[in-house]
Design a protein around this ligand. Structure first.
Ligand code: CA
Length: 241
């Protein structure tokens, strides 16, 4: 844990706007985030949230999707039309569709209530890291675990042995590697790898993910790199940070 505590201290002072109307959750967020050096500004309506966003320019937004005044998705839309501030949505179990819509509108990640502190801090770290380095996949050689992607040579190795990927499989792997540890929805991957007209063709994606797993995962039945986020998409897990 020492490493992550130091990492928190380095990012200390990151300002987090919390838009949430449940007092218990706001209290817990304030306590835990302040303890890790974050500055927290809580507001309990969407209107106040948009005001605070414009006035304070936070480093990150934690956004409840079920607010008393405006739909949380409208806030995602408004913030995204203005800039790239990371947004993590807080959703309730069962509101899967709403969550996916918020992600497709440009929210960066989600937490399902009730969530633990470690999960919260991990999501925040990934979101803040992506603001600092938007395309980690631009590194000439990307390594995680036994997987190595040599971007310049379009070469993939697992445990030192070259793995042959089709062009589509390679593009899909690149798409994952460009967003390490970040949630990526089906529709984002489809649009990125296959093109804008394929946003709804999730079956293509699932077929190619299965092929890619067979080639790069130590155990394709229990993937460690390409992890499914049920009903939402995937997360390329590297634990880099
Ligand atoms: Ca609520």
């Amino acid at each position: 844990m020492t490493g992550s505590v130091q990492a928190d201290a380095r990012r200390g002072g990151a300002r987090i706007l919390v838009i949430e109307d449940e007092p218990g959750i706001v209290r817990a967020l304030k306590t835990n985030l302040s303890a890790h050096g974050f500055q927290v500004e809580p507001v309990d309506t969407g209107g106040a949230g948009l005001d605070a966003y414009k006035r304070r320019r936070p480093d990150l937004i934690l956004l409840d999707l079920g607010l008393p005044d405006i739909d949380g998705k409208e806030i995602v839309r408004a913030v995204r039309s203005d800039g790239a501030t990371p947004i993590i949505v807080l959703s309730v179990r069962g509101a899967e569709r709403e969550k996916v819509e918020a992600l497709d509108l440009g929210a960066d990640d989600y937490l399902t209530k009730p969530f633990g502190v470690d999960e919260l801090l991990a999501r925040i770290r990934v979101a803040l890291r992506h603001t600092a380095a938007p395309d980690a996949g631009a590194e000439p050689v990307f390594r995680t675990g036994e997987l190595e992607i040599n971007i310049a040579q379009r070469l993939v190795r697992v445990a030192g042995s070259e793995v042959h990927l089709s062009p589509t499989e390679y593009e899909l792997l690149r798409a994952f590697a460009s967003q390490p540890d970040k949630l990526i929805t089906d529709s984002m991957l489809l649009r990125r790898v296959w093109g804008p007209e394929y946003g709804d063709e999730a079956h293509y994606l699932h077929v190619y993910v299965a092929r890619l797993r067979k080639k790069i995962e130590p155990d394709p039945q229990a993937p460690r790199y390409i992890v499914t986020e049920p009903g939402v998409g995937y997360r390329f897990v590297t634990n880099r940070g």
